[in-house]
Design a protein around this ligand. Structure first.
Ligand code: CP
Length: 325
């Protein structure tokens, strides 16, 4: 077990070793058990986390804020639009200044081509850990909660197959950070990954290259497929969510037109029936109900979406306690 995690940034789990992620999982499950037993665990008394949002959130904000309170500390909510960040505070200034007020800085910045660079500039200037609450490239705390959920469902996940699939959406071009984080992380824990998407909805080439490398190292499978039904057939995890066509176009209207071509990429009971008999449906939420996924699947017995959302709390508390104590 790796215990020397104080002061570490978490921008992508790819920069953490498998042993270090194992420590996160171990502590997360312990904290989940402690909370279930009503056992106090104030590891961060008097510590403060700055939570800086450039983009909307329900689960991420609520779970980080609740987590800090349960660890005995405090989280301050800062929005870019209602602060001087909108009037020119630079990433370096934010890193320097919020780093002097706080014991950690968590940031959500999903703007394509901007978010990850911003986080890294803040981290460069900050004396305290910087935690990624989702950027344009990665969503590490979602992937951590998802891996926890798969371990809870299956026990040993090695040899299990996870289908990480694109799904149609009507709302907006969603970030590609969730599928990218999943295809990087799951093979490291021995899971076979099927990445399934229409040709226009590819992920970043360097992420794919790294995911293939991770799979080779772990002797796990990694396939890219372009047929939704084939991608689901016989799998253990149907993780089907929408993401934008950023590798093809950054134009919102063109992205929406491309998405509409694939309206049949909706997980309904007929599709789920193709999966393995103990397969689970996963989604980070929010979902476009009736477009990405049918209500009967999202609310059905195979859905793990509320466990995923709950595990955001426990996984993040592990990250906070280990990096900020
Ligand atoms: N899954 C997730 O990150 O949810 P929010 O966008 O509501 O934070």
């Amino acid at each position: 077990m790796q215990t020397n995690l104080r002061g570490r940034d978490l921008i992508t789990l790819q920069e953490w070793t498998k042993d270090e992620i194992g420590t996160l999982l171990d502590v997360a499950f312990t904290l989940k058990r402690d909370r279930a037993l009503g056992q106090p665990h104030p590891y961060l008394r008097d510590r403060v986390l700055a939570m800086l949002f450039f983009f909307a959130s329900t689960r991420t904000r609520a779970s980080f804020e609740a987590g800090m309170a349960q660890l005995g500390g405090h989280a301050q909510f800062i929005e870019s639009r209602s602060t001087q960040i909108a009037h020119g505070d630079t990433a370096k200034e934010i890193g320097e200044i919020l780093g002097r007020y706080n014991d950690g800085i968590a940031i959500r910045h999903c703007d394509w081509g901007v978010g990850n660079t911003y986080l890294r500039e803040v981290a460069q200037a900050s004396r305290v850990p910087v935690l990624n609450m989702q950027c344009d490239v990665y969503h590490p705390h979602q992937a951590l909660a998802d891996l926890m959920t798969m371990i809870e469902r299956f026990g040993d996940v090695r040899g299990r197959t996870a289908t990480v699939s694109w799904a149609c959406a009507a709302s907006y071009q969603k970030p590609i950070s969730v599928p990218q984080s999943l295809v990087l992380l799951l093979p490291r824990f021995g899971m076979n990954v099927r990445l399934v998407h229409p040709p226009e909805f590819a992920l970043m080439p360097d992420i794919i290259e790294q995911a293939q490398h991770n799979a080779r190292e772990a002797h796990a499978g990694f396939e890219i497929m372009h047929d939704f039904a084939d991608g689901i057939r016989g799998t253990d995890v149907v993780y089907a969510k929408s993401w934008g066509a950023m590798q093809t176009t950054t134009d919102e209207a063109e992205g929406a037109r491309l998405s509409a071509k694939y309206a049949s990429w909706l997980t309904d009971d007929r599709h789920l029936a193709l999966a393995g008999e103990d397969a689970v449906f996963m989604h980070p939420l929010p979902a476009d109900r009736g477009v990405e996924v049918a209500d009967s699947v999202l609310d059905g017995p195979r859905s793990a979406v509320y466990d995923q959302a709950e595990n955001r709390l426990h996984g993040q508390k592990a990250v906070l306690a280990l990096t900020m104590s």
